[in-house]
Write a protein that binds this ligand. Sequence first.
Ligand SMILES: [Mg+2]
Length: 190
Amino acid sequence: MTIGIDIDDTITDSSSLFVKLAKKYNKDKKINYNIDLTEWDQEKAFGWSIDNQKEFKLLYLSSIFMSAKPKRRVAKIIHKLKEEGHEIIIISSRSKNVEDITLNWLHKNKIEYDKIILGSTNKSQDVLKNKVDVFIDDNWEVVNQISKERKIPVFLFKANYNMKYNDSKVEKVASWEDIYFEIKNIEEDK
Ligand SMILES: [Mg+2]
């Protein structure tokens, strides 16, 4: 199978560092806002205007991309999936400006892949173009769109900000062990 995988908060654990820096940013900028980590939207989550969002990105995004930790066991399980003959395609909306940082991080953390697409503005299109059979992401909108348009199995990597969304066609996973188990199930059903 061809397995499509998002990067941020699917392969990486970016959000814990993101939240830490967001708190620092709000303190520095004297933004008094009750942070709500169940929200995906940054205005609702952190009280940020579009300008705040841009400024935060400029200040901290590359360091988050450089220093984020990988999700538990992600490298081992992707390695195992590749050994079993699956193809791994990473599809991310990260811009091409951070290509070097991203490729270095993946190398340093021993994440194997066959292809990487950065700057994706429509993951559902990229899934179609690359004949992806199953897709994994922490972004509810993305997995829901892919599930509806491509009719393929999708996994939502659980996080505080995507808890409230549900659809019978969207499988929620909490770990890479879960993902491995689900992929085995799909193979058995074929
Ligand atoms: Mg993500």
